[in-house]
Structures are given as C-alpha cells and as structure tokens.
Design a protein around this ligand. Structure first.
Ligand code: ADP
Ligand code: I22
Length: 469
C-alpha cells in the first residue's frame, strides 16, 4: 500500500478516536516499531432525557481524552513527528462552523485546541432512525444500505425533526475528520471513501456522494465533506501541537476498522477479528472483486472499501466489547445498591478470573443487546438456566461465548474457509485484555488464532502513513 506521504526518519503519530477510549501511538519510522502508546477513556456519553434512542457523545470530552494521551507521550519524540494519522469510530456525525470549529490555546508551553462551535457527536450506536423512517428515505445508489447511526440518515432525521439545528453549521464529518480539519485549519472538511461509505449515500465505485439523489430530497449537500483517496494527505498542521512542529503532514482520516486490519493482516489467508466497543470479523476480497449494484439489507456481511479500490468483506457487529461493558456496569450498579464500591477494572479482572476457572457452561446467552444492522429487532436473551450454572464464572463464560458465537453466526467458519481463510488474527483491546474471549474464539473457529502485539487501529493508521512512496 503506498500512501501519498513519505516519512523517512523520526516518528509517525497514530491516533484512534474510539467509542470508549482515545488511543495514540508513536511509530519509529525507520524500525517500523511502536515505541510508545497511551490510552484514556473518553467518558463522553451524553444521557438524553428526551430520546432514549439517541446516542450522543461530547466532542469536548473526546478532545480532553486526546489531550491526556498527547500529554503523556515523550516530549522529545513529539518534536520529531513527521506525519500524523488519525482514525476513529465510523458512521457517526459531528457538525461545526468552518471558521470557528475550535479555539487554539497556549498554556505552560503546550499548544492545543478545544472545540468551539461544534455539535454533539451522534454516534454509530444512535437508534433515532426507526425502520419506518429509514424506509421513507430515497433509495441510495450504493451497494451499502443505510442504517440508523449513519451520518446521512442522521441529517435526514434532523431535516424532518429539527431543521433549524442544521442551519447553524457549515461543515460536517466524522469525529476523526473533525480533528484533521482542526489540526490543518481546513476551510472545508475532507473525507476518505472509508468514512464516506460509512455515512450511506456514497458510491464506492465512483468514489462520489449520491449528490443528485440527495439534492432531489432537499438534503443540505453543502454539508457533505469533499472526498479524497484513502491514504492521501489532507493538509499540514497550521500550528505547533503538543510540540509537533507546524507544517507537519496530516493524513485524511481513515476508518478504525480498516486501520485495525492494516495493523495485522499480512497474508491473503488471514481473517481479522477486531474487538473494541463493537466487533468486526473480516477478510480481504480478491483484487478484481466489484461489489453488487444494490444493497442486501438482510445480509450480515457487507463490503467496505479498503485501499486502492480493494474491499474487505466484513461482519460488523454492534455487539462486541460493549456487551461485557454493559455486564460490568450492571454488576457495578447492583453492588452500589448494596452499598459496595468496586472499581471497574477490578470487576473485569474478577469476571475474567472466575470464567477462566469455569472452562465450560451449558448456560446460553445470546448477546445482540443493540440488535444488528441486518436484524435490528434482535435482542439479548438468557436460556438453559439451571440452579448449577449461575455462578459468576458460568455467567461470564456464557456472555463471552455468546459474543463470539454471534460473530460466527454472522460469518460462519465454513464461509471463511470457502474464502480461503487459514488463520484468524485477533486485534483490539477488548480481545487482548480478555483471555476468556480469546479462548472462545479458539473454540468456536476451527483455525489457528494469533493474538498479535501492537495490533490495533492506532498502530494501523500510523503504519499507513509510514509507507514510503
Ligand atoms: N479492564 C478491562 N479488562 C478487560 N476488558 C476491558 C477492560 N476495560 C474495558 N474493557 C473492554 O474494552 C472495551 C473497549 O475497548 P476500546 O479499545 O477502548 O474501545 P474503542 O476502540 O471502541 O474506544 C470495552 O467495551 C470492554 O469490553
Ligand atoms: O460498523 C462498522 C463498519 O461497518 C464498524 O466496523 C466501525 O468500525 C465503527 O467504527 C465501529 O462501529 C466503532 O468502532 P469502535 O469504537 O467500536 O472501535
């Protein structure tokens, strides 16, 4: 893969703006190894009192987590950063005023920015667009269907329910596009096909928005970002930032899912299972593959653009690490009702320890807590309950098993084998921090499973922009 930038010496900064946490890495450009990494939870979820289906995050808190990460990286290495790559949660949308989307601050020798005239981020987990609403929208000219939480669907929702909201903004993008725009002080947001495809109403073959279809529906097309190639440079930093010199190249933002794959897929026979808040099981399509003309909304597998016109077949589940996180939060709130305070990481480690001591269970948990895009009405359930399978170990084992079995239902082992897959590579912190999930992957999928070091989206986006031209 040849990116349009060359970093011959120094470091590449990789940034991943995830749903749960922000992660940064420094990649030594010559040795191609990650020398430093840091992660902070963003704790940015906003609880809406008016709409329980809404899922929004506060960009100011996401930027605060990015600030914490940047502050923790070694200052001497930041001065030697030659390129910045940014990726993050796809599908979501944030809107801003192009000339005043942030304010630059300089304090204690640190130069950074904070969001100013910016909306909340409506995330990929947002459920405000009902099936009825989605079916009232124009038919896209794309092989990808439009689901709730997709940027264009969210704009359509605002057009119908709060049109005045949209008129307050001149630019829109994913949260990672916003960060690139601010770093480079872009007059107009740019977006790669990876993120544009995740908004809907985007044709990946022509690499163009469905502008006419959208215009005919009264959609404010002036909000759509300008499309650039995945791997292209978006611009250069307009100011020093945490010691990184002004005029440093910044890559146009990429999808976190594609970057997680880039961090570890080395062979045609590799499939990648990435697990963070959500989960994706994916393999590369042959170079000559072209997607179908129209979407199949009932298929659990979609074809997402990767690099240079190639595609990844992906089972993108809405239910990954967030299922474990919900289980942990449920236990936490129960314990609080008993007057007990236990911190979250202690709960995680106890759950994992208990489930490791319980290698099997007949308890069955299906884990589609948020439904799935191909089956939005699905939900979670517990069955085969007996008096002997209610220990913490049994329940945790069954939850982890349920998460992995859901992935196997969406992309069964036989379809992986038919596609030439010979091994599975695990990526993402929800998997790397949880040995029980790792065991379940090995049990459910009859392939060798490799859990690599430094394989995640932040490392992947740094690697993309470290390629020599
Ligand atoms: N202490 C922990 N031990 C094991 N797993 C954890 C722990 N803390 C969080 N997780 C898992 O990691 C997931 C979040 O992973 P993360 O990589 O931060 O997501 P994202 O990239 O979406 O921001 C959570 O949903 C949870 O399943
Ligand atoms: O839904 C898809 C692709 O369709 C996901 O793969 C995509 O990665 C989204 O970015 C995630 O849903 C959010 O990423 P994460 O925060 O869970 O890592």
């Amino acid at each position: 893969m040849a990116a349009s930038v060359s970093c011959s010496a120094g470091f590449v900064l990789g940034v991943d703006l995830g749903t749960t946490s922000v992660k940064v890495v420094l990649l030594d450009a010559q040795s191609k190894t990650v020398t430093d990494r840091c992660s902070f939870p963003s704790n940015s979820d906003i609880s809406s009192t008016s709409d329980t289906h809404a899922k929004e995050q506060d960009p100011a808190l996401i930027m605060a987590a990015l600030d914490q990460c940047m502050d923790a990286l070694p200052k001497d290495k930041l001065k030697k950063v030659k390129c910045i790559g940014v990726c993050g949660q796809m599908h979501g949308i944030v809107l801003w005023k192009s000339k005043s989307g942030c304010e630059w601050l300089s304090e204690d020798e640190i130069v950074r920015f904070i969001p100013k005239d910016v909306s909340q981020l409506v995330t990929w987990q947002d459920g405000r667009c009902s099936a009825d609403f989605l079916s009232s929208l124009p038919k896209p000219d794309s092989h990808l269907s439009v689901a709730t939480g997709f940027g264009c669907a969210t704009i359509f929702w605002y057009m119908k329910h709060r049109p005045e909201f949209l008129s307050g903004f001149s630019d829109a993008g994913t949260i990672q596009d916003y960060v690139v725009s601010m770093l480079c002080s872009l007059d107009k947001c740019v977006i790669t096909g990876q993120n544009a495809a995740s908004w809907g109403y985007f044709n990946t073959t022509s690499n163009k928005w469905n502008t006419q279809i959208l215009k005919d529906a009264g959609f404010p097309v002036q909000l759509l970002p300008v499309v650039v190639e995945s791997g292209a440079v978006a611009g250069h930093t307009s100011s020093e930032w945490y010691g990184i010199p002004a005029h440093t190249a910044v890559g146009a933002a990429l999808g976190d899912f594609q970057c997680s794959v880039y961090s570890c897929m080395t062979d045609k026979g590799d499939a990648v299972l990435n697990m963070s808040t959500s989960a994706q099981l994916t393999f590369g399509m042959p170079a000559e593959f072209t997607p179908p003309n129209s979407p199949d909304p009932l298929s659990p597998v979609a074809y997402f653009p990767y690099f240079h016109g190639s595609y990844l077949a992906v089972a993108a589940s809405l239910n990954g690490g967030n299922v474990m996180a919900t289980f942990v939060r449920m236990l936490d709130s129960w314990m609080k009702e008993f007057g007990l305070e236990v911190n979250e990481s202690t709960i995680y480690s106890q759950l994992i320890q208990s489930a490791l001591a319980q290698p099997n269970t007949d308890l069955t948990v299906t884990t589609a807590l948020l439904g799935e895009r191909h089956d939005p009405t699905s939900s979670a359930s517990v069955s085969q309950i007996s008096p002997s399978n209610l220990s913490l170990g049994h329940v945790t084992r069954a939850v982890c098993r349920g998460i992995i079995e859901n992935m196997a239902t969406m992309m069964p082992p036989q379809s992986l084998r038919a596609a030439g897959v010979r091994r599975i590579i695990g990526s993402g912190s929800a998997l790397s921090c949880n040995t029980v999930l790792q065991q379940e992957v090995e049990r459910v999928f009859p392939f060798p499973v490799v859990h690599g070091k430094d394989v995640d989206s932040a490392a992947g986006v740094a690697m993309v922009f470290n390629h020599q031209t």
